[in-house]
Design a protein around this ligand. Structure first.
Ligand code: 6R9
Length: 659
């Protein structure tokens, strides 16, 4: 490192607040600090600003209907179609030749779709789905990797009013079956396979295995051929080749179906406290308005930008900020199929340079990996097209924030650290990049119109600097409407904790811990339920535990998240072998790994499985997860005197450190 670099690092190290660069502010979409007050004074009418970004077939009568809270409704009486808003209207405005989707395949091939072309593809596939018998309100499951046919299928579903349920391609066969069963989904779009670091991965066998676990009849399965000759496979009677079907429908015109603002746009399953994943329901009007609004205000997206979110569409971030928000604004959305280190560790920067990306949105876990790889991978690329950077998915540590700011943004791009959830539909807590000072490590204030607070167990706001829990004390358009077919769980998961039902005061509880500072900036500390966050992906410890205890020879297990340098958190399993299995730990370990991969997928792969004759328990018999987390993270262990069996702690800790 040169002296100059060293000085720069030292200066950055100490700096705790950063002002948005002048050059950015001059052109930003939102620059008037008065917006916070304006939204507060005009709430909920302020949300018309979001609805105004869309084209409505029928104007709405009411912005917010709160008569049956917390089953809130937004823009009631309004009608619209999401695919029309993401495609047709841009074409009608004469922007059909602008690029909608720029797809980068892992092996270096690219596919570019203008708005005209994307609309054609979507209409052809919408006609195909209809022909197969898909009707309005039928849930179509999309179990697909990052191929262009995924956003095409989502928009085709939206066009005919069939909600989609995207299942992340990295999830297991079991996970597919659980989700199709829960949503009674009779149609599936999948893929023969995909490439990872140059290898062809078989996806269709996993799909078929999953289909065996579906309890109802599946009418049709459409299979995208991504691998060509790299994978031989046969299609069953109800399985069709995507290209062949679509070829029969080429040039179709499919009128977008007018959907009620409150009609379901999609379902997205996410992990919760219990073993069963939750089907989060998002609607057409509120969700689309909210993602368009936040894309404009926070990501500063404009129609002529090239914008890239490196998430996978299988998660909410990809839904909201690769597909719906950016396309509603008519921008160019980049989509990358593969991994950041293939063929080399500068792949992402090569894509930024080549496409002259203006705005880049990624996860802290990726940034920590780039940091570890070193800045030489960024230095030989021209990243000067970048104007704004964003992060999402987990807390970002100030060191990673500063690395991102300096090495990717060249100290000229604001960073938005955006806190939100599958359930919130879009961003909730973040700075507005044209207005607010940035404080590395702190997401920022709640967005205008969002009443997020940090409270204690009684719901009282905590003093600056004290830890508490995040709550959201008024509704917002992008919020989930319920959990699919489970209104009861919707209430108990999100509203019970802090609401006063008798007074009809409803408070949303996202189950995150946080601190707030004197300026109202919120620092998210992480989940306070049994959910862990591995590389920005939400995993339920209970789901993993139930997979592990399903292994013959394992009596009991506890799964916790331990700190991990790159992944943020990693999965640690503590397991007790049954009598007679004590000397077969290697076998049990292998089977437990296998069980986790089978029931969830490779993202949940345990970092370590630790066998122990006992788990540390409180006197009332509760497993001390906090202690297990500390052991996994290598933290100093606090007071263990409340334990029924304090001696097991040293045994376990010895095992973890000696590995
Ligand atoms: C969008 C998304 C939600 C959970 C959330 C929180 C964590 C997300 C964050 C963040 C700190 C941020 N999270 N963004 N923590 N800073 N900027 O990630 O949705 O997969 O549902 O996860 O992720 O713990 O509760 P989802």
């Amino acid at each position: 490192m040169s002296q100059e670099d060293a000085n720069l690092e030292a200066r950055l190290e100490e700096q705790e607040a950063f002002e948005p660069p002048e050059s950015f502010v001059e052109q930003a979409n939102v620059t008037d600090p008065g917006i916070y007050e304006e939204f507060e004074e005009n709430w909920p009418a302020c949300w018309e600003r979001a609805a105004d970004l869309l084209s409505w077939d029928e104007e709405y009568d009411t912005v917010l209907e709160d008569g049956d809270a917390p089953f809130y409704e937004w823009f009631t009486g309004g009608e619209l179609n999401a695919s029309y808003n993401c495609l047709d209207r841009h074409v009608e405005e004469g922007r059909g030749d602008s690029v909608a989707l720029e797809w980068e395949g892992e092996l270096g091939e690219t596919r570019t779709y203008t708005y005209d072309e994307l609309l054609d593809e979507v209409e052809d596939f919408a006609a195909t789905l209809r022909d197969l018998g898909v009707e309005e309100d039928d849930v179509v499951t999309l179990y697909m990797p990052m191929v262009p046919e995924l956003p095409i299928a989502m928009l085709a579903c939206a066009r005919i009013g069939a909600p989609h349920s995207v299942v992340f391609a990295g999830f297991s066969a079991d996970a597919l079956a659980t989700r199709m069963n829960s949503a009674d989904s009779e149609y599936l779009v999948t893929c023969d396979g995909y490439y990872r670091r140059g290898d062809a991965l078989d996806h269709i066998s996993k799909t078929n295995e999953g289909l065996e676990g579906v309890e109802h009849e599946v009418s049709d399965v459409v299979v995208v051929d991504r691998l060509g000759d790299d994978l031989d496979h046969e299609l069953a009677d109800n399985q069709h080749d995507y290209d062949e079907l679509v070829a029969d429908h080429e040039g179709s015109t499919v009128e977008p179906v007018s959907r009620d603002a409150e009609d379901m746009l999609f379902l997205m399953y996410t992990s919760g406290t219990t073993g069963q994943p939750k089907g989060v329901k998002h609607t057409t009007g509120g969700y689309l308005a909210y993602t368009a609004w936040t894309s404009r205000a926070v990501l500063d997206i404009e129609a002529d930008d090239t914008y890239w979110c490196s998430a996978d569409i299988g998660w909410i971030t990809g839904h909201s900020y690769i597909v719906y928000g950016p396309l509603a604004l008519g921008t160019t959305s980049v989509m990358y199929e593969g991994t950041p280190d293939y063929p080399d560790k500068d792949r992402l920067w090569e894509i930024v340079e080549k496409n002259e990306v203006d705005i880049f949105y990624t996860a802290p876990t990726a940034i920590r990996a780039f940091m570890k790889w070193g800045s030489e991978y960024t230095e030989n690329h021209d990243l000067s097209s970048l104007r704004l950077l964003g992060t999402v998915g987990e807390p970002i540590n100030p060191r990673a924030w500063k690395w991102y700011y300096k090495h990717i943004g060249d100290e000229e791009c604001p960073i938005v650290d955006t806190w939100w959830q599958t359930e919130t539909g879009g961003m909730m807590i973040t700075t507005l990049p044209g207005i607010n000072t940035m404080k590395p490590g702190s997401a920022g204030p709640p967005l205008p119109g969002v009443d997020a607070r940090v409270v204690d167990a009684q719901g009282e706001e905590v003093d600056a600097g004290k830890a508490g829990y995040v709550t959201v004390n008024n509704p917002w358009p992008g919020m989930l409407r319920t959990l699919y077919n489970n209104d009861e769980r919707f209430i108990s998961e999100y509203w019970q904790e802090y609401s006063d039902e008798d007074a009809d005061e409803w408070v949303y509880f996202p189950e995150d811990g946080a601190k707030i500072d004197e300026d109202g900036y919120i620092t998210i500390l992480g989940r306070v339920d049994d959910v862990i966050n591995v590389s920005g992906h939400r995993l339920g410890t209970m789901e993993i535990e139930s997979a592990v205890v399903g292994v013959e020879g394992i009596a009991e297990a506890a799964v916790v998240g331990g700190d991990h340098e790159v992944k943020g958190e990693a999965v640690y399993v503590y397991a007790i072998p049954e009598d007679g299995y004590e000397d077969r730990e290697d076998e049990l370990e292998e089977e437990a790994m296998e069980a986790v991969l089978d029931s969830i997928g490779p993202i949940a792969k345990p970092e370590e499985i630790i066998f122990t004759p006992e788990l540390p328990k409180t006197r009332s018999g509760k497993i001390m997860r906090r202690l297990l987390e500390d052991i996994a993270s290598g933290n100093e262990l606090g007071n263990t005197s409340t334990l029924r069996n304090p001696e097991v702690v040293d045994d376990i800790a010895d095992q973890v450190t000696s590995d």
